[in-house]
Design a protein around this ligand. Sequence first.
Ligand code: F0G
Length: 465
Amino acid sequence: MPPVATSEKGSEPSLPQATFRFRCIGCAAVNSTAGQDFRCPQCGNLLEITDSSWNSHNPAALKSLWRERRTLNAALDLSGVWRFRELLPAPASEQQVVTLREGNTPLYDLPQSSRSTGVAQLYGKHQGLNPTGSFKDTGMTVAATFARQAGYRWVACASTGNTSASMAAYAARGGMRSLVLVPEGKISWSKLSQALDCGALTCQLRTDFDGCLGLLQQLVRRAPVYQLNSINPFRLEGQKTLAFELMEQLEWQPPDHIIVPGGNLGNCSAIGKALLEMLEVGLIPRLPKLSVIQAEGANALVRTLREAGGKRLVSVQAETRATAIRIGNPASWEKAVKVLQATGGACEQVSEVEIAQAKAEIGAEGIGCEPASAVTLAGLRKLLHQDFVKPEETVVLVLTGSLLKDPDFTMEFHRGDLFQSSIDEKEGAKLNEFRHPPVVLDATLDAVIKTLEQAEKSDPNHSNA
Ligand code: F0G
């Protein structure tokens, strides 16, 4: 049964009435139901969710209601997603909601990166501190809720790892079974192990992410499985809350720039949608520029904008060690083009060496992140160089995943094995500044003290502020 936008009238006073509809991003046709593939029955383009009730809210009342909920103990209020339910599609009843208390993630200042980039007001919104370690949880709570409400037994996704980890967890919590399609050998063990532990039926397919997603599109037409990729517009609704929460943390004063990694391009689309909706409701006075950064080896959006003016997708054969964004045929490219244009953001690409260095720098801030998240700091450097970002502006980097998501990358980097002979000497020397390989010693006090003294000598100016 496809998801239906209805609610049991009056049964749940704590939830708004469900009045949302599905709107095609291409021909703007509006429908109250969506098919299994979440595509427009008229023109085949992707759907987004719209709700006429969202505009009727008083912004000051919303701000105080959302803040007050942080002090309450109901599951819906403890979730950093459902706390913002006035601007989300409403489920029929609270009992349908599948939540792991996602969202409510910290906004960190980044003092060392501030100094090295010259951007005094530089922040990291760390979505890696979600229950399964990535931003996917904010979208999954909403999409899993609607899957359960529609009565599905099976949910499914294609994934570079984080979506599958998140989906497996939310399916398990919601009493549903999950089917994971991942590219064999191209996702981190850490993410794969999460899916296994949460009981997903996990298929490692001999293809890449794009091949997995293509297969899933065929599967949903043949089997009664509900797709939880970001093609599913409920996912993007939940991911909007990153932007709501960020603005709340900044006292509703928008930053000048938000910088986000781009893979399948659902997340930037969700953040952009949230910004436009907040402007319309009157929650913020102006739009930040939303910029998307990709790995050079997985730069479909960069090429789509540069070579085709954003009018048609330029697909690529993706290759990058930032496996979360190893995607060559991004599903939400048109949504991404629209939000970049609406907010006046930029789209850039960064090299593997730049990603590795930026990841180590974020690690040195004491927070860490996974490689895909680090493209944001590397991209900021490029945007500063191009004068697109000015040092006096306020910048927020969206750190999408936890440091613990890709331990192999981190270990290889610190041991010096990540690039082997594929980089030049100058680049290698730069990276060495950030490496902290483990030291194997005899178990004597002398050996440890000597090592400590050497470490102090080699970095006497290390700042503790
Ligand atoms: N950062 C991380 C850590 C991710 O896992 C992803 C996407 C992205 C950024 C890019 O976000 O696709 O919305 O543009 N990971 C997906 C997955 C594709 O299957 O886990 P996007």
